[in-house]
Design a protein around this ligand. Structure first.
Ligand code: ATP
Ligand code: MG
Ligand code: MG
Ligand code: MG
Length: 570
């Protein structure tokens, strides 16, 4: 592409409503222009990037066995009334009327349309499983459109819908799509995580979101410090196992001042009987991460050597747990307890949970009132489990009992759901099964925010000078930049030759062919637009047979022989 035949729409200033970096850079680099709230024009440069995302998505969908089709943006109200969502969907559904006063909406998603299509086209189990996708405009009348195309009202989505007889088939396609999504986001060069998710207004069970990690993300993602547990914090209770325990606050009593509390002190602070305190502490410490009763005893070895406190998790103690006697505890500890000495066992008292998590140390007291320090939170004390991830904060125990929660911000770029028969039941989408009986099909649905991906990629790939495109997304691979082309026939000639040669090598080239353009301006524009490779052609270099090469990501510059530069860039 020649710059003189292209629209380079870079700009210096951005409007005040552009607060996140991707929004600013998309405006400054000339990828998009706002038309109205949540409505954007994609300029030629931006469209090239959008098409790159589409191409990768389309390729992976095709490989996953999904069939591309295209459904209407405008959808009749009748279908939404059948599914019940005409009433349920709320303000994001833009409802419109045609000239005959018939109700329609602009499609925010296409479950109803595809279910209607499939119930009319597929009559036998033999045609299943089936998986259809489209890459198409959606409209959602978002309450707060913001961050440019990241939360727009009109946006481009890839949405796929699969149809099955039986859960096994649905699960198999769901797994295939999960993998396809991972492939898409890996190929796009994004740092992403698949995250357990709520099923929201679409309903059904089984759902994952794909999040690009970035500070500007609107979702809080909870990670375990120890395991691979990852969940969207908006996720409902459903994900935590049924037998999970209370939040940490309820398990361990927090006492205001960390310090030398004896059990008696704690009892006083809690206004409880000493035996009650001990009983509670034993019972609480006795739950392991599977919710099974067991005893965790803090063992002081030797003569109260505080540095050598070790936790020992003991599988089973007498149930129901009561205030354990020394004899009972010794019995549970087994033979090794014999060497523990008279004050060999103690029970954890968490004096300041937040401080304990932060510092790794908590105070404890043994049953004789000795104050202990040097107890390690995760090593010595089993973490209780939270049931409702929506309330977690950093430092809380992970719902799977392993490690503590870290919170990072994520941008939701993809979402996969097992819908079950929510739509097929309501809309009577059935097929004949092997026995000639009508059977309601089950469904999965799978979305990727194609236009949001562009913004998310910029959030992760930029510097002070502008965008740094991952190879798979860049609008052009190479910028070809002449120095003083209007004065030098050699430069002009060499640039023309390189322009052809680079294209023949399969590279997309932006040739900055405006004869009198200022070098500094051109270079700043190219940095801003984020093109990965720059080739700068000037008389001085050519005299030595060289051009200058600059890598956008590393910033490194080097002279490369004219004869080698195509191979070098490729
Ligand atoms: P969000 O939680 O960000 O509102 P969503 O959960 O409502 O998104 P889905 O119904 O799961 O969105 O749609 C599939 C994908 O479409 C999302 O994962 C996201 O990438 C994209 N998407 C949703 N809403 C928007 C929007 N307003 N602008 C751009 N992309 C969007
Ligand atoms: Mg939404
Ligand atoms: Mg969401
Ligand atoms: Mg979603």
């Amino acid at each position: 592409m020649r710059a003189t035949q292209f629209l380079i729409a870079t700009q210096k200033e951005t409007p005040a409503d552009a607060v996140v970096v991707s929004h600013k850079l998309m405006l400054r680099a000339g990828l998009i222009r706002k038309m109205a709230s949540g409505l954007y024009n994609w300029l030629p440069l931006g469209l090239r990037v959008l098409r790159k995302v589409e191409a990768v998505v389309r390729d992976e969908m095709d490989k996953a066995g999904a069939l591309e089709l295209l459904m209407p943006v405008v959808q009749p109200a009748e279908l939404w009334q059948e599914s019940g969502r005409w009433e349920q969907y709320g303000g994001e559904l833009l409802r419109i009327k045609d000239r005959h006063d018939n109700d329609f909406c602009l499609g925010p998603t296409h479950e109803e349309v595809i279910t209607d299509l499939v119930r009319n086209e597929i009559k036998s189990y033999k045609a299943l499983p089936a998986n259809f996708y489209q890459i198409q405009t959606k409209f959602r009348d978002e309450t707060r459109p913001r961050f440019g195309v990241m939360r727009a009202r009109e946006f481009l989505m890839k949405d796929a819908y699969s149809f099955h007889i039986g859960q096994d088939s649905l699960q198999a396609t769901y797994d295939t799509m999960h993998q396809a999504y991972s492939n898409v986001f890996s190929r796009l060069g994004l740092d992403f995580r698949a995250v357990a998710a709520d099923t929201g207004s679409i309903g059904g069970s089984g759902s994952h979101e794909f999040h690009v990690l970035a500070d500007s993300g609107e979702d809080d993602i909870a990670f375990s410090s120890k395991s691979d547990f990852v969940a969207n914090v908006e996720l409902a209770e459903a994900i935590a196992p049924a037998n999970t325990r209370a939040p940490a606050q309820e398990v361990f009593t927090e006492v205001a001042t960390p310090g030398a509390h004896s059990v008696e002190d704690v009892a006083k602070l809690l206004n409880a009987e000493l035996s009650q305190v001990l009983k509670t502490l034993i019972v609480k410490a006795a739950e392991d991460e599977n919710g099974e009763q067991g005893l965790v005893a803090l063992v002081v070895r030797g003569d109260h050597e505080l540095n050598e406190i070790k936790a020992e998790k003991l599988p089973q103690v007498a149930s129901p747990l009561t205030m354990a006697s020394d004899a009972e505890i010794n019995a549970a500890v087994g033979a090794s307890a014999g060497s523990l000495g008279p004050k060999g066992l103690s029970f954890p008292v968490i004096v300041d949970r937040a401080a304990a998590v932060a510092s790794d140390f908590v105070c404890g007291a043994n049953k004789d009132g000795y104050h202990l320090t040097g107890v390690n939170w995760e090593r010595d004390i089993p973490l209780p489990v939270v049931t409702d991830i929506r309330n977690v904060v950093a430092g809380d125990p992970s719902p799977d009992g392993q490690g503590v929660i870290e919170i990072k911000r994520g941008i939701e770029v993809g979402h996969i759901f097992q819908l079950g028969d929510k739509y097929s039941q309501a809309m009577k989408a059935t097929v004949l099964d092997e026995n000639g009986k009508q059977k309601v099909v089950s469904m999965g649905c799978y979305g990727i925010g194609v236009s949001r991906v562009v913004a998310a990629a910029i959030e992760q790939n930029h510097d002070d000078n502008g965008i740094i495109w991952p190879a798979a997304l860049t609008p052009f691979d190479v910028a070809l930049v002449p120095i003083n082309m209007h004065k030098s026939a050699a430069v002009a000639e060499q640039c023309e030759a390189l322009y052809q040669a680079l294209q023949q090598a399969g590279l997309d080239v932006l040739f900055m062919d405006e004869a009198k353009a200022r070098l500094g301006v051109m270079l700043a524009d190219i940095e801003l637009m984020g093109l990965p490779h720059q080739i700068i052609v000037g008389d001085r270099g050519l005299e030595a047979g060289n051009v200058e090469y600059k890598n956008r990501a590393s910033g490194e510059k080097q002279d490369v022989a004219v004869a080698d530069v195509v191979a070098f860039v490729k």
